[in-house]
Design a protein around this ligand. Structure first.
Ligand code: FAD
Ligand code: 2HG
Ligand code: ZN
Length: 474
């Protein structure tokens, strides 16, 4: 990386705005900001700036606009698609929101929280709890990811089934635009039909249209009694039938419905450590279910008992205490994708299909990728309740990792073609960033891509805001 230290280097002028202590430019120090969470991309940047307020953020962005320096907004840098990696060259300024950490208000009457973009998701959850409320967004990365990042990726997680995506939780935004102006759209209204809903442009924009500096977010009543079950199943089709059966019996009380195959648990056991097995023998598929309603555990047990025979459920455990709930959710954590790369090279997909097509997606996708390369291990897990699978492909045992990585394009084509065939999406919750930019170019409807480019040009005509992300070069 080139170290940019001349008098006109970005860090010198930016330090005059935020103070030298809040501008990092030693390449060793900035490395963790220039490298994405998966270690796939390492970018180049002049400095990392950490403004302490919206006003400072606006001044920094205005200066960058005047000088022609690209700006890359960054929150917790936990994104899965390289969206926060600087790709604009050596003059790029990474704008970290880590000092924008004020919880401006939590109002239990309005059920609205107004927070700075750099507040971590877990801190917001705790602040809501402290006022007797609930902020339902829940992700494995919640101690590190920040609200501005959640909004900019339209993050999903385990509670979308009941509460929706981040998009559904945002009432208003404050955004520093690429020219440095502040758009104060920090409304807290449940009803507001005054023209285009501009906030939705910035939600999921992955930092390409401006820097989100604050948000007004919906809060909910604290969930009452939660019932949790871990159910063993012969196949994914039974999981889909189980969800329908639970809905019919327990209405809208389903809050989580996560699919966990045995292979995901086996990777967890191998790389994280032994677990207390919930069943006497291994089963091929499981779902982890949460329902929120009075007498939750008893009603969940009753509903499952009614379905054991007709659906052919293999076994089930129902948590009888908070400790047992935590133990069951630990199975989801160890079944997640964070350590699967330790088995060798991994090609990840984050796809969604209509829920009824999930069994076909798993069966047909597995047949096609193993025909392409026998022994490829498919780890399809995740948010089945939303039709969202993390369709991770782990290299065959003993295979050359670089050969497997070299097949990324071919494997992407197989999985994403199938997704499109089934009416799904090639990015369900992680976004496009850099990793899936060319896939978007391949699959997006040309009219949709054209509209996206026009929006980008209208809001960021100089193309300085997170260049190189989402939109493939024209
Ligand atoms: P960053 O990684 O810093 O940035 C992500 C993108 O948003 C970048 O393009 C960046 O430029 C932009 N951005 C960040 N802040 C701003 C801002 N203030 N204004 C404008 N643009 C901004 N994701 C899910 O959806 N569901 C999951 O269940 C889930 N689980 C995860 C589990 C683990 C263990 C990990 C490591 C990640 C997981 N993720 C999940 C992915 C990730 O945590 C989310 O995408 C999260 O929303 C990113 O937030 P962040 O603050 O880390 O954003
Ligand atoms: C999850 O749901 C995350 O656990 C991460 O979205 C998925 O690591 C993955 O593949
Ligand atoms: Zn996920």
């Amino acid at each position: 990386m080139s170290q940019n230290v001349g008098p006109s280097a970005p860090q010198a002028e930016i330090a005059a705005i935020v103070g030298a202590a809040h501008v990092l430019h030693d390449p060793e120090v900035t490395r963790s900001y220039r490298l994405d969470a998966r270690g796939l991309f390492l970018g180049d940047a002049a400095c990392v700036v950490r403004p302490g307020s919206t006003a400072e953020t606006a001044q920094v962005v205005a200066l960058c606009a005047a000088r022609g320096w690209p700006v890359v907004p960054q929150g917790g840098n936990t994104g899965m698609v390289g969206g926060g990696v600087p790709m604009g060259g050596a003059q790029t300024v990474i704008l970290s929101t880590e000092r924008l950490r004020t919880i401006r208000s939590v109002d239990p009457d309005e059920m609205v929280a107004v927070v700075d973009a750099g507040v971590t998701l877990a801190d917001l959850q705790r602040a809501a709890e402290a006022e007797g409320c609930h902020f339902p967004l829940s992700l494995g990365s919640q101690e590190s990811c920040r609200i501005g990042g959640n909004i900019s990726t339209n993050a999903g997680g385990i509670h979308v089934l009941r509460y929706g995506n981040t998009r559904d939780l945002v009432l208003g935004l404050e955004v520093v635009l690429p020219d440095g102006r502040i758009w104060n759209g920090l409304r807290r209204l449940r009803k507001d039909n005054t023209g285009y809903a501009l906030r939705h442009l910035f939600i999921g924009a992955e930092g390409t249209l401006g820097v989100v500096t604050a948000a007004a977010l919906k809060l909910f009543a604290r969930p009452g009694e939660i019932g949790t079950a871990f159910v063993a199943l012969p196949d994914p089709a039974t999981a889909v039938a189980l969800m329908r059966g639970l809905r019919q019996r327990l209405g809208e009380s389903l809050t989580a419905f996560e699919l966990i195959p045995r292979i995901a648990l086996d990777f967890g056991i191998r790389y994280i450590g032994p677990i207390r097995e919930p069943f006497a023998r291994p089963y091929p598929w499981h779902v982890l279910v949460d329902v929120t309603l009075p007498e939750a555990a008893a009603r969940l047990e009753q509903a499952l008992a009614e379905m054991v025979e007709p659906l052919g459920l293999l076994d089930a455990v129902i948590a009888q205490s908070e400790g047992q709930r935590t133990a069951l959710w630990h199975l989801r954590e160890i079944g997640a994708g964070g350590h699967q790369h330790r088995a060798g090279a991994i090609i990840k997909h984050d796809i969604s299909v209509p829920i009824g097509k999930v069994p076909t997606m798993i069966a047909r996708g597995t047949a096609r990728v193993t025909a392409e390369l026998p022994g490829t291990r498919v780890v399809a897990f995740g948010h089945l309740g939303d039709g969202n699978l993390h369709y991770n492909l782990v290299q065959p045992e003993g295979h050359d990792p670089s050969d497997f990585r070299g097949r990324t394009g071919a494997m992407n084509r197989i999985i994403h073609d199938l997704v499109v065939e089934l009416g799904g999406s090639i990015s369900a919750e992680h976004g496009i960033g850099l990793l899936k930019r060319d896939e978007l170019g391949h699959y997006a409807d040309p009219v949709e891509l054209d509209l996206m480019r026009r929006i980008k040009d209208a809001i960021d005509p100089a193309g300085l805001m997170n260049p190189g992300k989402i939109l493939p070069p024209a």
